[in-house]
Design a protein around this ligand. Structure first.
Ligand code: GDP
Ligand code: GDP
Length: 437
């Protein structure tokens, strides 16, 4: 279920973004854009052979960071080691080995995750004149590519997927709900997690078969098992400057990828920020269940309209995830904190709920009776029947006479009718139209 993560690390100008764009242009279908959510080209969904994985450029394309390059490099390498299954360490095959490459290699060698050393900018069929120098890094055989000319990229991806587990069994721990808490620095994420964990008996044993135990925290409550994703990363935040938003976004992407339920924490005093929209969009696009917590509610002066006003603002700013329940909390005072675990369990149930085809089709039939399907040039859309094809998120296929006749707004209308009947609170729904032959 959770896809493997491949991180690309390398100093500026070795060609990371070119590499990324090359792959994105050819083989990556970046998940459809959510209206109003801007997307940085720092991650991409890749399909290669029968594998699907997420590739993250830890160098990123954010505006130049204030931090000195050696520091940035260390951050990148540490992030990659924490969250990736496979690391691509990219160097410049034309320029040859540099001091910074050695420094990064020193960090990467310390972990036991697979690292592929990639010499970029090898634009000819001849080996780079520096090829053998790179063995000094102690990372194994260099793989030569040219991102500019798209040479060697397929071979590289072949090497990458060799490190993935053959089945995705390793990633599944199906009776645990995997939860990640996302939100801007200082919004109260660590406080929340520590508060919840502090009150629960933390299971310290590793999850069998995962390599992720370092950053995942399993625990149970009322007979339900949970895993907090990336928790150690949150608690160990001094390691990477938490005020570097770029890194927190990358971390959020990786955590969302591996979760069932996302908890987006918003600071009551600041309201919804651009970064909040972005990570909510990531949760939505990845089909995760979502809960919105407005934290630091204790700091807000309230009258009887305050909650509604906040709610309206959130619904307006995060229009694409109307389904997410909103809870006003104060981690500091413990206000409504006891509602959070039951809420997680609830949205997780909605996320995995299946509805019966018979009942679903009654709902669709009634919806089309109440509001006629659109028509064009005398031809009217006909929905023959619908069926739920998967969960996490619930996904429905509608079989129709002509896909072109389906309007976005009508699809939305059908989705709303489905929600009126079955709720699906807290989870996005995927609606797919297919023409019946
Ligand atoms: P980044 O800073 O690591 O993301 O590097 P960029 O992707 O921005 O590339 C830096 C420069 O190297 C750009 O001028 C690219 O056109 C160039 N470059 C990237 N890949 C190749 C390659 O395979 N061959 C050559 N000759 N130049 C490349
Ligand atoms: P993180 O960066 O998102 O993990 O945020 P922290 O958990 O480190 O919290 C940042 C600051 O906000 C700390 O000083 C917390 O004590 C404070 N804080 C967290 N929750 C609340 C809250 O509900 N009310 C108030 N007033 N402060 C809070």
């Amino acid at each position: 279920m959770a896809k493997p993560i491949v991180a690309v690390v390398g100093r500026p100008n070795v060609g990371k973004s070119t590499f990324f764009n090359r792959i994105a242009g050819r083989r990556i279908s970046i998940v459809e854009d959510t209206p109003g959510v801007t997307r940085d080209r720092i991650y991409a969904e890749v399909e290669w052979l029968r594998y699907q994985f997420t590739m993250i450029d830890t160098g990123g394309l954010e505006p130049a960071s204030e931090e000195p390059i050696p520091r940035q490099m260390r951050n990148q390498a540490e992030l990659a080691m924490e969250m990736a299954d496979v690391i691509i360490f990219m160097v410049d095959g034309r320029e040859g080995l540099t001091l910074q490459d050695r420094e990064v290699a020193d960090i990467l060698r310390k972990n036991n995750k697979p690292v592929l050393l990639v010499l970029n900018k090898v634009d000819t069929s001849n080996q780079s004149e520096h090829f053998y120098d790179f063995y000094e890094l102690g990372i194994g055989d260099p793989i030569e590519i040219s991102s500019e000319l798209s040479l060697g990229i397929g071979d590289l991806l072949d090497e990458v997927v060799k490190y993935f587990p053959d089945t995705d069994e390793e990633y599944q721990d199906s009776d645990s709900i995997r939860v990640t808490v996302i939100g801007r620095p200082n919004v109260g994420k660590s406080s929340l997690i520590n508060r919840i964990l502090g009150e629960e008996r933390v299971i310290v044993s590793d999850i069998a078969g995962t390599t992720r135990d370092a950053i995942d925290t399993p625990f149970s409550h009322d007979g339900q098992k949970y895993v907090f994703i990336d928790t150690a990363g949150l608690r160990r935040k001094s390691k990477i400057h938490s005020n570097v938003e770029h890194y927190s976004v990358i971390r959020a992407i990786a955590a969302i990828e591996r979760s069932d339920v996302c908890i987006l924490m918003i600071d009551a005093q600041e309201g919804v920020t651009e970064q909040d929209k972005r990570v909510a969009g990531l949760s939505h696009d990845n089909g995760r269940a979502l809960i919105i917590l407005v934290n630091k509610w204790d700091l807000i002066e309230k009258d009887n309209k305050t909650t509604n006003k906040f709610l309206k603002d959130i619904r307006r700013e995060l229009g694409f995830c109307q389904y997410a329940p909103v809870v006003f909390v104060s981690v500091l005072n413990g206000q409504r904190i006891n509602k959070i675990l039951p809420m997680i369990q609830y949205v997780s149930n909605q996320h995995t709920m299946r509805v019966q085809t018979g009942v679903l089709n009654e709902v669709i039939a009634e919806a089309t009776l109440m509001n006629q399907p659109p028509s064009d040039k005398g031809k009217r859309l006909k929905i023959y029947y619908g069926t739920q094809v998967s969960v996490r998120p619930p996904s429905f296929v509608l079989f129709v006479n002509d896909k072109e006749l389906m309007h976005f707004s009508y699809l939305r209308y059908i989705e709303n009718k489905i929600r009126e009947s079955f709720s699906f609170e807290g989870t996005p729904i995927k609606m797919i139209c297919r023409e019946k032959p």
